[in-house]
Design a protein around this ligand. Structure first.
Ligand code: NAD
Length: 492
């Protein structure tokens, strides 16, 4: 969040360099940063995988991936050639102790300098994180100038998260561990902090005196598709709530840090996680809804039930809605409603802050609806913000009230392409700025908070409620708000 420092030469190693994440997200992000002139001479990208591929074969694979995953308007032949020239591939099974010298040799050969910055991006299953770090240490590649990037899932519960953190922490200092949550790299998410803390008009209202409640939704229209075997062991609570939704909640609810640096924002987020109302078995039953999609219609086409997609009976939830509170001075009594799911009507992630009604109804005889003010922060797609307010409809005669909105569309206001979250985050790793990454204590606090839900749902009687694909989730999700006299803000 500080002014970016120049990028030093770096050896950027991607374990899982031929995988979906690397080819679809990481290499396109590095390509776009390179195209925009941000990668210096001497910056190399080394893909490590079990594939048999020499440098040329890997370059061909990456060229295909860029063609598929970068828009044609952003593809520039000279820039593609520049990135490909930086690429190398090392075939290595990370569990094969005897083969690690190959990686060591490749990294030493032709490095920009002895103490070049080394980034190790672990785009592989978390079960391999500990092994990789251990071997990096053994072959002398884990130095003070080395950084390790961990992808989700960061464990599957508090105990496994601790094990992963301990294994990685035995080799790398916390300041060199970057736990990625790509939601934090989104422009609109960073803009939430700027909107709150670089303006004066919102912050006086941003509390239980003026805010009625907050809704956070991360909806997808797709089903599990190819990810069925991973997803069936995870579910929406682990895949989305423990990380992305709680991180968004933290940014909405946190106190202003005195200044922004690598620790202050994370300190404030941690305090929010620690202030979340602890879940009890009774609260889980009352305030948390699990759903699973049945067959239905999505985008006008028939969509299979979840169990048919994974090909087996399953009680894994593909939908979660929950109500919680942040138990501190600012937010006492304000409900935070969180919701995420697959096979919902559309792909949209949005935070909605719903303000209270004006304290006095001055226009009792006016025509038209009065609605409370709402601030919609659109995280994806079409990042931006919309403030809903009430205005007088132009015209003579009586006063007619009309809801109107003040819109800030990023694309319209700034014209520029909104960079993908990975572009921002990868460069932050290279620069050594961890502000937008999750610290170990945050990850563990989030797991500790969801633990009672996982416990309750591990009972044999627990069954997610079915909802037809293409709808807004089970009826119980609507009831969760209706019983408080509220309703979900569906997208307009
Ligand atoms: P993938 O199956 O497409 O690719 C796995 C990659 O890891 C391949 O390059 C493979 O060769 C390599 N690999 C596996 N075992 C190895 C070993 N023993 N030694 C060396 N290389 C090995 O997987 P993916 O979709 O790219 O996901 C990788 C990880 O990132 C998973 O843990 C996944 O949950 C996580 N993740 C993926 C995405 C995504 O969009 N794909 C998003 C977030 C997190």
């Amino acid at each position: 969040m500080a002014i970016p420092s120049p990028v030093e030469p770096c050896d950027f190693t991607v374990f899982g360099g031929t995988g979906d994440l690397a080819l679809r997200k990481l290499l396109p992000a590095l390509y776009l940063r390179d195209r925009d002139g941000q990668l210096p001479d001497g910056f190399r990208v080394i893909g490590v995988s079990r594939h048999t591929a020499d440098d040329d074969a890997y370059r061909a694979m990456v060229r295909d991936a860029l063609t598929q995953h970068v828009s044609s308007a952003d593809l520039d032949e000279a820039a593609v050639a520049r990135l490909l020239a930086r690429l190398h591939h090392v075939e290595l099974d990370v569990e094969d102790v005897g083969a690690w010298h190959l990686l060591h040799a490749r990294l030493k050969e032709g490095a920009a300098s002895e103490d070049v910055i080394r980034v190790f991006y672990l785009a592989v299953a978390p079960g391999l994180f500990g092994t990789i770090c251990e071997h990096l240490d053994e072959v002398g590649l884990a130095t003070e100038r080395s950084r390790v990037v961990l992808e989700k899932p960061m464990g599957s519960d508090l105990a496994t998260a601790r094990r992963v953190n301990e294994a990685v922490g035995r080799v790398f200092e916390e300041s060199n561990i970057f736990r990625i949550d790509h939601y934090l790299g989104k422009e609109s998410v960073q803009n939430l902090l700027v909107t709150r803390f670089a303006n004066t008009f919102l912050e006086p209202l941003w509390n239980s005196h003026w805010v009625d409640h907050v809704q956070i939704t991360a909806a997808e229209s797709l089903g599990v598709g190819e990810r069925g075997s991973y997803y069936d062991r995870s579910g929406a609570l682990r895949d989305m709530v423990q990380n992305h939704l709680l991180q968004l909640l933290c940014l909405v609810a946190m106190e202003p840090p005195t200044y922004v640096d690598r620790e202050t924002v994370r300190d404030e987020k941690l305090k929010v996680l620690q202030a979340l109302r602890p879940m009890t078995p009774e609260l889980v039953d009352r305030d948390v809804v699990a759903g699973q999609y049945a067959a239905g219609l999505c985008d006008g086409a028939p969509a299979k039930a979840y169990v048919d997609e994974v090909g087996q009976p399953s009680d894994t939830e593909t939908f979660v809605a929950l109500r919680t509170e942040v138990q501190n001075w600012r937010w006492a009594g304000v409900p935070f409603y969180l919701r995420t799911g697959k096979r919902l009507p559309e792909r949209v992630s949005e935070i909605v802050v719903v303000f209270k009604e004006p304290p006095h109804a001055m226009f009792p005889h006016s025509e038209g609806p009065t609605e409370p003010n709402r601030l919609h922060i659109r995280v994806q797609p079409d990042e931006g913000m919309r403030l809903h307010m009430t205005a007088k409809e132009p015209g003579p005669g009586g006063i007619r009230l009309r809801p109107v909105s003040l819109d800030l569309s990023y694309a319209a206001a700034f014209g520029a392409r909104s960079p993908d979250a990975y572009e921002r985050l990868l460069m932050d790793v290279v620069r050594g700025n961890p502000t937008l990454f999750m610290r170990r204590d945050e990850v563990e606090a989030a797991w500790a908070w969801v633990a009672p839900i996982l416990d309750r749902w591990s009972q044999p009687t627990h069954r997610p409620r079915r909802y037809p694909a293409g709808t807004n989730g089970p009826v119980a999700a609507a009831t969760l708000l209706e019983r408080d006299g509220r309703s979900w803000q569906e997208t307009e």
